[in-house]
Write a protein that binds this ligand. Structure first.
Ligand SMILES: Cc1ncc(COP(=O)(O)O)c(C=O)c1O
Length: 406
């Protein structure tokens, strides 16, 4: 008869046999998996046999998330990470070494920019930023020196620039570079970059894939070979997704199409409404006929017939008007994320792009008074009424700056 603790550990670790397949992916909240014998454990850990041994390397729930995103993106394989930044980090490190060069979109998420300039820059990887809507400029940047990676966002953060992925894939490949696309803003419902020639696609699954602001995760998808290289980086750097967030993102993915269709319909409604309001200088939304890349967006997102839930706008009166607008809103939480059921409005220069100095903000086309809105799933009428309140406060701040500061 074993001692109490031995019996307790065994008693608490008996996994119930389940003959009927669960219809939701179970949360395999286990770090370790018990192989049949030492030889099997060795084979699993060396990758010569499929299976699970240790959850940093692989876990059934996180693998199910990676497989789901790979399936929706039309990829052969994928790997799930703890965050979008961990995914981007592993994707880039799978491709570059010291001395390599990256050409990246200048309209880029602030942390992605810092990863390129501060972290990879320190390790001897140089990054040149270009306007990816100017294909001649991209070609010139690629031709200027051997380039390993062209890095772009399908819809950029925060200026809602739409990249022509087919044209960029062609340019990248002609110059021997791999195209890595951050498809976070679009989601595979709107756009599948691999079908347009991309080599790796990265996601902050924290955003639309999860959709409810309750789970952090990231995913990289691509060819078997590309993902094997990503895994190779990941095994030794960590950053793997945990089972509970992976489960939550899987639950979110089930309603991705419904959510993005509704996000898009409300965003299109708000964008057209904002364009017609006094005090609004400019609205950036790919579904508007006046958006500079509307034709590219129509071609790329046409099958979905939607343009996403992200829009941006500039108010007359710049930063002060923007602050008054934000403070008058009652529906959005005062926070900085996107892709959620909750509408979120942020001032990028002081939040998501705080890492950029004035010159970098200007280079990225981010005006001092720019506001970025992730349109949630609230009723459009309520959002319009709330934004009306915000616009009135912004106009008051312009008319009477002292009152605006009070
Ligand atoms: C376009 C884009 N990519 C990547 C990230 C990073 O995602 P995470 O916060 O999951 O690391 C973000 C975060 O806002 C983002 O907007």
């Amino acid at each position: 008869m074993s001692g109490f603790s031995t019996r307790a550990i065994r008693a608490a670790s008996r996994v119930p046999p389940v003959e009927q397949r669960p219809t939701a992916v179970p949360i395999y909240q286990s770090v370790t998996f018990d192989a049949r014998d030492a030889a099997e454990l060795g084979e699993i850990l060396s990758g010569s046999r499929p299976g699970y041994a240790y959850s940093r390397i692989d876990n059934p729930t996180t693998a199910a998330l990676a497989a789901a995103v790979a399936e929706l993106e039309g990829a052969e394989a994928g790997f799930a990470f703890a965050t979008g930044m961990a995914a981007i980090h592993a994707a880039l490190l799978s491709l570059v070494s010291a001395g390599d060069r990256i050409v990246a979109t200048q309209a880029i998420y602030g942390s992605s920019r810092d990863l390129l300039t501060q972290i990879l820059g320190r390790l001897g990887v140089a990054t040149v930023f270009v306007d990816v809507t100017d294909l001649a400029a991209v070609e010139a940047a690629l031709a200027a020196a051997p380039t390993r990676v062209l890095y772009v966002e399908t819809i950029s953060n925060p200026t809602i620039v739409v990249a022509d992925l087919a044209a960029l894939a062609d340019l990248a490949h002609r110059h021997g570079a791999s195209l890595v696309v951050d498809n976070t803003f679009a989601s595979p419902y709107l756009c599948r970059p691999l079908e347009l020639g991309a080599d790796l696609v990265v996601h902050s699954a924290t955003k639309y894939l999860g959709g409810h602001s309750d789970a952090l995760a990231g995913v990289v998808v691509g060819s078997e070979e590309g993902i094997a290289a990503v895994r190779h980086v990941q095994v030794d750097t960590g950053g793997s997704a945990s089972p509970l967030p992976a489960f939550l993102v899987l639950r979110g993915i089930a309603t991705l199409g419904l959510r993005v269709a509704r996000h898009s319909a409300t965003a299109a409604d708000l964008a057209a409404w904002l364009e017609a309001r006094s005090g609004v200088q400019r609205v950036y939304y790919p579904g508007l006929a006046g958006h500079p890349q509307h034709a590219v967006a129509r071609r790329q997102f046409g099958a979905a017939g939607a343009y996403g839930g992200m829009l941006a706008f500039e108010l007359e009166g710049g930063r002060a008007a923007g602050a008054a607008f934000l403070d008058a809103l009652e529906i959005p939480a005062r926070t900085a994320s996107l892709g959620s059921v909750h509408t979120m409005v942020v001032h990028p220069p002081s939040t998501t792009h705080r890492q950029l100095d004035a010159a970098a903000l200007a280079e990225a086309g981010i005006a001092e008074g720019l506001l970025r809105c992730s349109v949630g799933l609230e009723d459009a009428d309520d959002l319009r009424a709330d934004f009306d309140r915000g616009l009135e406060a912004a106009r008051r701040a312009v008319r009477d700056p002292a009152a605006g500061r009070a």
